[in-house]
Design a protein around this ligand. Structure first.
Ligand code: DC
Length: 233
């Protein structure tokens, strides 16, 4: 079967990563969570004191991006791939509320976006990739063979995130999560560089009332269509 690029964009916490992961596993494709990359750069900025009260020291961060070494490595314990930042597995740390709070500001920095978009394009050069994020179908892979745009009601998304964090033993309040999601929706769509928007040729998926198996069945039909040998490359 012809290998393609599947770009999945959409609002935060609407299950993009779980869905992308499931598709990648089914097809034997590489899964790349681009949000994890923005989160890891945010963690780096926090560690280096480059964020003060939610404000990013943009020029200093831009000058130090070359100190950042990012990679995804398989974790045999969880059987998932974790993100590593400068020699350390930071998969857990990047999901904290502190990083979630600062990540929108960091991802609005043009130099950070240029740096990460270049890395992402390199990761997809051999195709056979499912990447999820905010600008994958519009900026990173504008020629992706299949683009999905995912959305779900904010309350549904907050509930999912709440359960996820609770399961990890984090003491969190539902209201805080809902506020964070709504604020990130606003910042993601309003930022000047790489804003979240549906690409013209993206297929919309509102999964408020859909299970993962239902979404899977839906997407597999699309994938079959797009990978048909008679379809020109
Ligand atoms: O998918 P996520 O919630 O883990 O993403 C974290 C943040 O990173 C999100 O607030 C927006 C930003 N992001 C981005 O700007 N561009 C991407 N391609 C992926 C994520």
């Amino acid at each position: 079967m012809k290998k393609i690029i599947i770009a999945i964009d959409g609002y935060s916490s609407c299950g993009k990563s779980s869905f992308a992961k499931a598709i990648a596993a089914r097809l034997g494709y590489l899964f790349i969570d681009s949000g994890a990359m923005y989160r890891a750069v945010t963690l780096f900025a926090r560690q280096q004191g480059l964020i003060e009260n939610g404000r990013v020291k943009e020029r200093e961060l831009a000058a130090r991006l070359n100190e950042i070494d990012l990679s995804f490595r398989y974790n045999p314990e969880t059987r998932k791939s974790d993100i590593w930042l400068n020699g350390a597995d930071v998969e857990k740390q990047i999901r904290s509320m502190e990083v979630s709070r600062d990540v929108s500001a960091v991802s609005a920095v043009g130099a950070v976006r240029d740096f990460l978009v270049a890395r992402q394009q390199q990761m997809g050069r051999d195709k056979g990739v499912v990447m999820d994020g905010r600008d994958i179908g519009t900026v990173v892979f504008p020629d992706a063979e299949l683009k999905l745009f995912m959305t779900a009601a904010p309350e549904v998304r907050a509930e999912r995130r709440y359960k996820e964090l609770q399961a990890q033993g984090a003491a969190v309040r539902f209201e805080d999560i809902l506020n964070n999601i709504e604020e990130r929706d606003r910042l993601d769509t309003e930022r000047a560089v790489g804003p979240l928007r549906q690409a013209e040729d993206a297929v919309l998926l509102d999964n408020s009332d859909m299970t993962i198996p239902e979404q899977m069945e839906w997407v597999m039909k699309l994938i079959e269509e797009r990978t048909r040998p008679d379809k020109p490359l």
